[in-house]
Design a protein around this ligand. Structure first.
Ligand code: X90
Length: 278
């Protein structure tokens, strides 16, 4: 049986070695152009353009056809999407699965709702790859990955909520409480897969301590951590050092956000995916 992993590009993972993998891109749309979140995009260039672009900016999720195409060339597919509560990507993936199964009923497709995004999806993708490589059955992998996903979490620290608020992805009351510009917020992906804002730390150093406190409060005990950052490798590196000071064996990787997460997390934004297991 040939296996494949498919993710939407909100995972920031556009290519993956060792197991067949495809990322289906989301798109960033401005009055001037469309940016496709794939490996050919100059993300730094997009972020720079966004500083000065006028008028409405938004995003669009992959369509059913794009998901179907990515899922078509394997017998057994694990697809993972951004939270169904903030994007249509999950609904599109489910419809793609239904259409493919109608055409080839013997195919196996599992569509997972991350109820999260970014580096929490990255952890799930990496775990899927390990499970596939270990030679387990489709059913065993599905069972194990669903269990694993109850032990992964996402924390974010954002310097601006502008693009989230303008596109209706945080509730207006919440956005107003956080202030519109220049306020740093630390929050988590809620159980329902929405943004839950927890703190407004003043200053970058306080923000890092705050993130670590929230991680510990939400069960972090030295497991794997994935740190995604938008133009903020300095803070990501500092946070990794703070984590290692307490958990020297923690397995931590730092990666830049690609287009979709860069658009919503905005410059300076940090997204932290972690396991609550050792
Ligand atoms: O157009 C679309 O379908 C995409 C909509 C995406 C909306 C939100 C993306 C948020 C990305 C922000 C910090 C982490 C949020 C955690 C939410 C569960 C990054």
């Amino acid at each position: 049986m040939n296996f494949k992993i498919v993710s939407d590009s909100s995972s920031n993972i556009l290519s993956f070695a060792g197991v067949p993998y495809t990322a289906v891109p989301l798109k960033i749309i401005t009055n001037e152009r469309e940016y496709v979140d794939d490996a050919t995009l100059d993300v730094a260039g997009m972020v720079k353009d966004l500083r000065t672009v006028k008028g409405r900016t938004g995003t669009s999720c992959p369509n059913i056809y794009e998901w179907k195409t990515a899922m078509a060339d394997a017998d057994a597919v694990f697809a993972i999407t951004m939270t169904s509560n903030l994007s249509g990507t999950h609904a599109a993936a489910l419809q793609a699965k239904a259409e493919l199964l109608a055409e080839c009923p013997e195919k196996k497709i599992c569509v997972l709702d991350s109820l999260s995004t970014g580096p929490e999806m990255q952890l799930v993708i990496e775990k899927l790859a390990a499970l596939i490589s270990s030679g387990k059955s489709f059913e065993a992998i599905e069972c194990e990955i669903r269990e694993y996903m109850t032990h992964t979490h996402l924390i974010f620290c954002l310097e601006s909520l502008t693009n989230l608020a303008r596109n209706g992805r945080v509730n207006p009351v919440v956005a107003k409480v956080a202030g519109v510009l220049g306020i740093r917020v630390v929050g988590v992906a809620s159980e329902q897969g929405t943004l839950e804002l927890l703190h407004k730390p003043r200053g970058g150093e306080k923000a890092l301590s705050c993130i670590l406190d929230v991680m510990k409060r939400y069960g972090y005990r030295g497991g794997a951590v994935r740190l995604a950052h938008c133009n903020n490798e300095v803070s990501a590196t500092k946070l990794a050092a703070k984590i290692r000071a307490i958990y020297p064996a923690a397995e931590i990787k730092i990666i830049p956000t690609t287009a979709l997460c860069s658009f919503y997390a905005e410059e300076g934004g940090l997204m932290i995916g972690y396991e609550d297991i050792k």
